[in-house]
Design a protein around this ligand. Structure first.
Ligand code: NAD
Ligand code: ZN
Length: 366
């Protein structure tokens, strides 16, 4: 098992990464639990595969899990479900010193984390992330949120968990496409700030995607440590530091918007393609070599992720994609901050990017 210590929000906690952590969940969580029952929120896909081992684990410790099982999917991050979760936690008589467990992907983590942030002005929560994306990204950093008609993640809070248990074994049941999508965020940490990790992934990425335990543990632990470090340097996103985590996300967001945030293009797939575009655009500006941009393309391709916009079959021009970027919440008024590359492993926030130039670049890619 690998343990990554995290210091955020004035508190410290551990991200534990290893096999069979869900089967050992009760013992791992025991020091944080005060009652003979524990509330666990999950979604139906995860419950079908993982409820039983978690249930058995708590039974051995004499703790009774109480379950709330929600419908899977992004739509679960809603006001309705926030109310449902908080009402349920109140009925469960959860106090501020108690902990609620979030068992699932980023959707469950974001929703339950937000519910915990506002329940009695903040109760404890423990993340049990079951997707690769949740293990390397959403369960670390303390951002929690729901979606509204106006956009994604617009209503939320910063609220750190007390413990994160990333069970690598849980990824065995994750669909391959979701696994690859999560891998895009893993690759991102290499491209934005860790060239040796990028090289390591270029050699061992296939093993990570095949869920080989040693490689997977190294990839997840390195990613979690990178995210924790970057977030700690800029916890509330007031400097440019945390913005580096948006590498590939501005281009990616435009592609997600154009495909209607649908299954046509998963978030991680959009980020992978967005990273390739950021690399190529950096090369166009003479900031990285064409050869390095090509290495990013190859790494994305090798993971079975999309590296060409033409493959998406979009019916739009560069201008339309650029306009989607203007609506991205990460845009400051008047300027277009873009995460670009000086080298593989050296990302920075460029503030001099003109919309017309991006449009021309995208027209060349379409
Ligand atoms: P998700 O939670 O919807 O999970 C993807 C799918 O996999 C779902 O159908 C789910 O039921 C299923 N699933 C989960 N674990 C499984 C398992 N072990 N076996 C089989 N199926 C399983 O999506 P996600 O990609 O994990 O997370 C996406 C969400 O995360 C988005 O809402 C995004 O906004 C959020 N996010 C938050 C942060 C943050 O900092 N808080 C960062 C990145 C993303
Ligand atoms: Zn992302």
């Amino acid at each position: 098992m690998a343990v990554v210590p995290v210091e955020l929000g004035g508190r410290s906690y551990e991200v534990r990464i290893g096999k069979d952590l869900l089967r050992d969940a009760a013992r791992q969580c025991a020091p944080l639990l005060r009652k003979s029952s524990v509330p666990i929120v999950t979604d139906a896909n995860v419950a079908r595969r993982w409820r039983e081992p978690v249930e058995a684990s708590f039974a051995r410790e004499g703790v009774e899990p109480h379950w709330l099982v929600l419908d899977p999917g992004e739509a679960a991050k809603s006001w309705e479900n926030l109310q449902r979760v908080t009402d349920w936690l109140l009925a469960e008589q959860v106090e501020r010193g108690d902990h609620v467990l979030a068992l699932g992907g980023g959707v469950i983590g974001d929703l339950v984390g937000f519910a915990a942030a506002i329940l009695k002005r903040g109760c404890g929560f423990i993340q049990l992330p079951t997707t690769l994306l949740a293990q390397v990204d959403s369960s670390v950093g303390g951002k929690t949120a729901i979606n509204t008609g106006a956009g994604k993640n617009l209503i939320g809070a910063f609220h750190q968990p007390s413990l994160v248990l990333a069970d690598l074994g849980a990824l065995a049941t994750l669909p391959d496409r979701e696994m690859r999508a999560g891998y895009a965020e893993v690759l991102k940490y290499g491209v934005l700030g860790d060239a040796p990790f990028f090289d390591w992934l270029s050699a061992h990425g296939v093993e990570v995607l095949a869920r080989e335990e040693g490689s997977l543990e190294h990839a997840v632990a390195t990613s979690v440590a990178a995210k924790a470090r970057i977030v700690a340097e800029d916890e509330r996103e007031t400097a440019d530091r945390r913005a580096l985590l948006n590498l590939g996300h501005t281009f990616g967001h435009a592609l997600e918007a154009e495909t209607g945030f649908s299954d046509r293009l998963l978030h991680g797939e959009a980020v992978a393609l967005g990273m390739v575009l950021a690399a190529r655009y950096s090369a166009r500006r003479g900031e990285i070599s064409d050869a390095d941009a090509e290495r990013v393309t190859r790494a994305v391709n090798a993971a079975g992720l999309p590296s060409e916009i033409t493959a998406l079959g979009l019916d739009c021009d560069g201008r339309r994609l650029a306009e989607h970027m203007l609506h991205d919440k990460k845009m400051d008024a008047g300027t277009l901050p873009f995460v670009l590359l000086r080298a593989i492993g050296d990302a920075y926030v460029a503030r001099d990017v003109e919309l017309a130039d991006i449009t021309e670049f995208l027209n060349g890619e379409l």
